[in-house]
Ligand binder design. Structure first.
Ligand code: FEO
Length: 162
């Protein structure tokens, strides 16, 4: 069984993950409008992954005989001043999500909820990967800014993501 506090916090995380998905979908739409289909495809894949994260919490709450409650998802931004700015915003967002996961883990420990801590450990590891991936892309975009044609190469490379 989940404690009331844990159930509420996990439900809030579902909202954070769904917002993440919405944010990346908004970025995908913006990249499409900028004629960068590779970046758009990368963001669409990221949006799907975030939906999967939300569903992991959804499934877990149900398995623990809790109650899933869905709240309104806030509106994401519509445009960014450059591809670099979009990926920088994505990195900042992932750092925020890492903070949310850490807080959830602290709560699970305080509540002596080993099952939630087990699930959250997966997310702790996932966030290391997510931040490292986006940070790598930010660094490459910074290098690409100085080289003509590099943006199109970056777009092509990002479009390879499955
Ligand atoms: Fe679900 Fe990108 O964190």
């Amino acid at each position: 069984m989940l404690t009331e506090k844990m159930e509420k916090a996990l439900n809030e995380q579902i909202n954070e993950e769904l917002y993440s998905s919405y944010l990346y979908l908004a970025m995908a739409a913006w990249f499409e409008s900028e004629n960068l289909p590779g970046c758009a495809a990368w963001m669409q894949a990221q949006a799907r992954e975030e939906n999967g994260h939300a569903m992991k919490f959804f499934k877990f709450i149900n398995e623990r005989r809790g109650r899933v409650t869905l709240k309104a998802i806030k509106e994401p931004a519509k445009e960014w001043k450059s591809p670099l700015a979009a990926f920088e915003a994505s990195l900042k967002h992932e750092q925020h999500i890492t903070g949310c996961i850490d807080k959830l883990m602290n709560l699970a420990i305080a509540e002596k909820d080993h099952a939630s801590a087990g699930l959250l450990q997966w997310f702790v590891n996932e966030q290391v990967e997510e931040e490292a991936n986006v940070d790598g892309i930010v660094q490459r975009f910074k290098m690409a800014e100085k080289a003509p044609g590099a943006l199109l190469m970056m777009d092509h490379a990002l479009g390879e993501r499955k």
